[in-house]
Design a binder for this molecule. Structure first.
Ligand SMILES: Nc1ncnc2c1ncn2[C@@H]1O[C@H](COP(=O)(O)OP(=O)(O)O)[C@@H](O)[C@H]1O
Ligand SMILES: C=C(OP(=O)(O)O)C(=O)O
Ligand SMILES: [K+]
Ligand SMILES: [Mg+2]
Length: 592
């Protein structure tokens, strides 16, 4: 049985109901009359084979306005036919990866993971087999960090991920993360790391040393460094992982004594502090996107990456600038821009930055180097909350499982931190060093996966999620309708305890509106292009499929049911709600 509620905009789908849904009884009610456009709410009820057609009822009265009810003859019964057995060619017409397929078959819809996982790719994971192991382990997005490695190295990784997607049906998206122009150390002369001991004197220098770096010397990328720091300043590596005190300045060299020993990693971030405050001198004027970043962005556009994450964003302006640059350069392809919230400036301009972006990252590594550590959790909660309000995907990043760089199990505190991000219902969690250069990348991924699934289930079962007031995000009337449909569909899905929401979406917009509602059931997002499918893979609760579909919802549903049933991913009787962005409608039905 299928029941549907449809909001029709004749400009999008003229003559939709009469010729296309022969097996539905319907009521069509004009709700608004605007001179140029007419909008209708159509409430339909499809018939199933066990229904007496002549007794089929119209579901809503239409607020007492005049409407037309059509009662169907028994000939029209069975509009959604039982799926015919499919040959393998037809079954292949839907693209989904084997891991999702197995998860759906083995665990059912309800227990699929909703929180997405991003893995930073580095020397520990750049091989094809290693990348495949991550994809099999649930990686949704592969992140390449342009702070490290050469463009050739990154290009090889991108090619391997693309090959994996093509050969194995995955939809792993690629996120390119810019270096940004904040102050950081150089390459450590090729060493993977080096230890600074308590009391040791190190030289931080802006001199170019070539390949031979003198002992206990660190190269600094910012030319103004030696002039800006003062004797007595604290110099923090990676927000305090290692700490030095400035004791002497000699031209381009700054002599520092190590006060908190620790491991120095190549290209680690540097901040300097005076009287307990972060010093923002001329370095505050450095451009957000450096000339090297622009070359990396050109590279990203040429390679067709799915997301570009911008480090140390200060204002919405830079995001708008980059978005127009991408639009001009990448005709057709649609690269999403993610704002990394990791500076004091980005917190000051948070709302306008998120509004301008296609998503945000809580980049806790550098954020914790710019604001007191104890303020990072509240900043995280605020950013996650705001992103949901504005309908932008949000990533919680850095040090989630830091100890797993060296050890095969996480600390209890790390598990609690991951749980909190899942409880906040962030779209995605990100691994950095754990997957890039750690000893246990797959184990770290498995921890994120199992903690996510467990916490999501617990909160769902206990119905402990406080309802979030979601402000309107749409500006046009058609967008407002889409939003209302998605809000209603998600609410209906929870109240009726449906197994899945199906959304047919060309641009992905309806899928993201549904994801924003964080419904109890997973959202199967059907989209016509592989690039939209990959992009949707970042968003909470979406299981993206590639499928060619038409404007005819009835036939889309028939096709989807047949294909998914043939692959054992759904079964007769499963309760599904379907929405689409071609025909703005909500339909509730059992899989025939
Ligand atoms: N492409 C790469 N090549 C070499 N090492 C990498 C690469 N990407 C990441 N790493 C290593 O993994 C660590 C963690 O990655 P990430 O968090 O992305 O960088 P960062 O520590 O610079 O913020 C880096 O410090 C670096 O040692
Ligand atoms: C994700 C972050 O950025 P990066 O790893 O590029 O420093 C961070 O600072 O937390
Ligand atoms: K970066
Ligand atoms: Mg950072």
């Amino acid at each position: 049985m299928s029941q549907s509620l449809q909001f029709l905009t004749p400009s999008r789908s003229p003559y939709l109901i009469l010729p296309k849904l022969p097996a539905t009884s319907y009521l069509r009610i004009p709700v608004i009359n605007i001179p140029t456009k007419k909008y209708f709410i159509t409430i339909t009820k499809s018939l199933s084979s066990d229904l007496d057609a002549t007794s089929s009822q119209v579901l809503a009265s239409g607020n007492g306005q005049s409407g037309v009810a059509r009662v169907l003859s028994a000939d029209n019964v069975g509009a959604i036919p039982s799926p015919a057995p499919l040959d393998s060619g037809a079954a292949a017409a839907i693209e989904v990866d084997a891991v999702t397929e197995t998860e759906l078959k083995e665990n059912g819809f309800r227990s699929t993971r909703r929180t997405k996982i991003i893995c930073t790719i580095g020397p520990a994971t750049c091989g094809f087999e290693q990348l495949e192991a991550l994809a099999v382990g649930g990686m949704n997005v592969a992140r390449i960090n342009m702070c490290h490695g050469t463009r050739e190295w990154h290009q090889t990784v991108i090619k391997r991920v693309r090959r994996l997607n093509e050969e194995k049906g995955f939809a792993v998206a690629i996120m390119m993360d810019t270096e940004g122009s904040e102050i950081h150390m150089g390459d450590l002369g090729g060493a993977a790391s080096t230890k600074a001991e308590d009391g040791e004197i190190w030289t931080f220098s802006v001199r170019a040393f070539g390949s031979m770096l003198p002992e206990r010397t660190i190269n600094v990328n910012y030319d103004g460094f030696a002039e800006d720091v003062k004797v007595g300043d604290d110099l923090l590596v990676d927000g305090g992982m290692v700490r030095f005190e400035v004791i002497k300045k000699i031209g381009p060299d700054v002599k520092c004594r190590c006060t908190d020993p620790g491991l120095l990693l190549p290209r680690a971030n540097l901040t300097f502090w005076r009287d307990g405050s972060l010093v923002r001198e001329r370095n505050a004027m450095l451009p957000t996107i450096s000339s090297k970043d622009w070359l990396d962005i050109d590279f990203g556009i040429a390679e067709g990456v799915d997301f570009i994450a911008i480090s140390f964003v200060k204002s919405a302006e830079v995001i708008n600038h980059l978005k127009s640059y991408i639009a001009a350069r990448s005709r057709g392809s649609d690269i999403a821009v993610i704002a990394k919230i990791e500076s004091i400036d980005s917190l000051k301009n948070l709302e306008e930055i998120i509004q301008a972006s296609d998503g945000a990252m809580v980049a806790r590594g550098d954020l914790g180097a710019q604001i007191p550590l104890e303020q990072v959790p509240s900043a995280q909660q605020k950013i996650v909350h705001l992103c949901r309000q504005l309908n932008k995907p949000v990533i919680v990043a850095s040090q989630l499982l830091e100890s797993m760089i060296e050890y095969p199990t996480p600390t209890r505190a790390e598990v609690a931190d991951v749980s909190e991000a899942v409880r906040q219902r962030a779209d995605a969690l990100m691994l950095s060093g754990e997957s890039a250069m750690g000893q246990y990348p797959e184990k770290a991924l498995a921890v994120l996966r199992s903690v996510s699934v467990r916490i999501e289930k617990w909160w769902r079962e206990e119905k402990r999620h406080e309802a979030m007031q979601l402000p309107d995000v749409g500006t046009s009337f058609a967008d407002k309708i889409s939003e209302e449909i998605c809000n209603s569909a998600a609410k209906m899905a929870n109240n009726l305890e449906v197994d899945a929401i199906f959304v047919y979406t060309k641009t992905g917009h309806m899928a993201s509106l549904l994801s924003r509602c964080r419904p109890d059931c997973p959202i199967f997002a059907f989209t016509t292009t592989t690039s939209v499918r990959r992009r949707l893979n970042l968003q909470w609760g979406l299981i993206p499929f590639r499928l060619s579909f038409s404007d005819d919802m009835e036939s889309n549903l028939n096709k989807t049911f047949s294909l998914l049933k043939a692959r054992g991913m759904i079964k007769s009787g499963d309760l599904v709600i379907a929405v689409s962005d071609m025909l703005q409608s909500i339909q509730v039905m059992n899989v025939p």
